[in-house]
Ligand binder design. Structure first.
Ligand code: SAH
Ligand code: SF4
Ligand code: F3S
Length: 457
């Protein structure tokens, strides 16, 4: 735990920068998952405390921070493309500062690459350094030359937890609350345990206090976040924490992400079933429908165990949406093994499936495995599975026709159509504008694969 003294030292540095930075603008661009989004909100909070105002426009930003994701090659290439494109902006305005943080910053080979090929980047900091943003900015203003702030400890030691730093939330009605950092599961394909360190949980009191403050200030949709929330280890267990968090005053939904199939417990399902403030949405990634591949992925459950759990959730929460993640083309996956994945998808019938092409990540076990599957074959499996899932998604959504759903409005979409999300996290469009952040009741009359539409009642 970062000491209170250190938090105060950073606050004092932020305070000392305010005069210098008055009128200066900062842009924070986040890639990747909700955990990274939540980190981005803390970075934005720290920058505001230093005197910056926030902007979305690159050409007026005096400081740009790229909060990066390393989960797949594609994510990294996108970030490198964005950094590359900033070189010109930096030449045009040499006083502008550029920083990089997040999961890519935690990878040794990316740090070397940044030093060698992107020397115009001023600083880089790791995933456990958010509390030090004021100091990092002060140093960048004070002297030139790329600086790196990354825990150099072995991976089983890195990862500090801090409380009491400012947060600038990007929405006034949907909130992300990180309850734990890191991951201990070491799925063989996944970079997250290497770039986020070991699991560490915030205290239950701190989480509940944050949820209370959010409900008191009118937040309507609060998501508790962790790479594997079921291994939350605070004073309370995760199901207990969820139950308590659902008992505040106010009209709100509580969600969580993500649950690992080996740990999602009966207790969790029954807490959800017993409290309709807890959103009717269960995201339970299965990754593969074949036991040999699951074993090689180090997932520690079998196909049968997964199916049993998924069907139990569907039976206990009949009005809930069940969604999942799956990887196609894991090293050595045969056609027959892939078809077992397809069969699982047909049997369980997910509302939504996030399908990923396996992407080798430097440093993970799977990247060293023989039998990497060619890209074209991965794409073929991806397309095949997507076609199967699209039909299932349509069937699942057809079941909502004629039903009335409670929807939290998000205002209007890009084309001006009123839109929001239901407790199942389904996108719902409707006929009349409702201010963003207000609940409404929508009678569903149209079902598409990935959205529902209806009229306000
Ligand atoms: N902790 C969460 C999410 C991890 S990352 C969980 O365990 O569910 C989100 C998803 O990205 C994973 O569920 C997985 O399907 C996918 N993913 C992770 N590493 C990947 C890789 N190397 N290649 C392709 N997809 C990957
Ligand atoms: Fe990655 Fe597995 Fe941890 Fe999820 S549980 S973050 S997939 S190692
Ligand atoms: Fe990406 Fe890091 Fe999240 S690798 S998916 S931003 S934990």
């Amino acid at each position: 735990m970062v000491s209170q003294q250190e938090i105060e030292r950073q606050a004092a540095i932020a305070c000392s920068l305010r005069e210098t930075l008055a009128g200066k603008k900062a842009l924070v661009r986040t890639f990747g998952c909700q955990q990274n989004e939540a980190d981005g909100e803390r970075i934005a909070g720290a920058l505001l405390s230093c005197g910056y105002t926030l902007t979305e426009t690159l050409s007026e930003a005096d400081l740009v921070i790229l909060n990066t994701c390393a989960v797949r090659e594609h994510a990294e290439q996108r970030v490198l493309g964005v950094i590359g494109s900033m070189k010109k902006e930096k030449e045009r305005r040499p006083s502008m500062l550029i920083g990089m943080c997040g999961c890519m910053a935690q990878e040794a080979h990316r740090r070397q690459q940044l030093k060698a090929s992107y020397p115009f980047v001023d600083f880089l900091f790791g995933t456990d350094m958010h509390h030090r943003v004021p100091e990092i900015v002060a140093n960048a203003l004070g002297s030139r030359g790329q600086k790196h702030y990354v825990s150099d400890l072995p991976h089983d030691e890195f990862g500090e937890l801090s409380e009491g730093t400012p947060v600038q939330r990007s929405s006034s009605y949907r909130a992300l609350v990180t309850i734990m950092y890191g991951c201990n599961n070491f799925c063989s394909y996944c970079i997250v345990p290497y770039v986020r360190g070991r699991e560490r949980s915030r205290s239950s009191d701190a989480v509940l206090q944050e949820v209370r403050e959010l409900t008191e200030s009118g937040y309507r949709d609060i998501m508790l976040l962790g790479q594997n929330v079921n291994s939350y280890r605070g004073e309370l267990s995760f199901p207990q924490l969820l139950e308590r968090a659902a008992q505040m005053d106010g009209d709100y939904w509580l969600r969580f992400m993500t649950s690992h199939p080996k740990d999602a417990s009966e207790e969790l399902i029954s807490v959800m079933a017993g409290n309709d403030r807890i959103a009717r949405h269960f995201h339970l990634p299965f990754q593969s429908g074949n036991d040999r591949i699951l074993h090689r992925m180090n997932r520690r459950y079998t196909r049968e165990q997964y199916i049993e759990k998924a069907l139990k959730i569907k039976a206990a929460l009949p009005d809930a949406a069940l969604t999942s993640d799956v990887i196609v083309g894991f090293p050595t996956e045969t056609e027959a093994e892939f078809l077992e994945t397809v069969e699982l998808v047909k049997q369980v019938e997910f509302d939504m499936l996030f399908t990923f092409l396996y992407s080798p990540r430097t440093g993970t076990k799977a990247a060293e495995m023989e039998g990497q599957i060619p890209h074209e074959e991965q794409v073929r499996r991806f397309t095949y599975l997507s076609d199967v899932q699209n039909e299932i998604a349509q069937k699942r959504n057809d079941a909502y026709l004629g039903k009335t759903l409670r929807v939290l409005s998000d205002g209007e979409d890009a084309s001006g159509t009123p839109v929001g999300r239901s407790t199942q996290n389904k996108i719902v469009t409707f006929d009349r504008p409702v201010p963003a952040g207000q609940f409404c009741e929508v009678k569903i009359d149209t079902a598409k694969q990935y959205a529902l539409a209806g009229t306000i009642i």
